[in-house]
Design a protein. Structure first.
Length: 67
């Protein structure tokens, strides 16, 4: 299945098709990102239960600390 992440098409396996598994595949901390699917923000509590579908457009914004 393919989805678009930050404008780039990627292929994901059907066993790893949740928002949480996508975030983890990028080695990001789920507490430090905001995810939008098809122009709707996904609540952090729903990352594990939100299933990706063919052609979804995902935007991941992650926060970086620094001084």
């Amino acid at each position: 299945m393919s989805v678009f992440v930050n404008g780039k098409e990627i292929v994901i396996s059907t066993g790893k098709n949740t928002i949480l598994s996508l975030i983890e595949s990028y080695e990001l901390n789920p507490k430090l990102v905001i995810v939008e699917r098809n122009k709707e923000i996904i609540e952090k509590d729903n990352y594990k239960s939100t299933i990706l579908k063919q052609g979804d457009h995902i935007e991941i914004v992650h926060f970086v600390g620094g001084g």
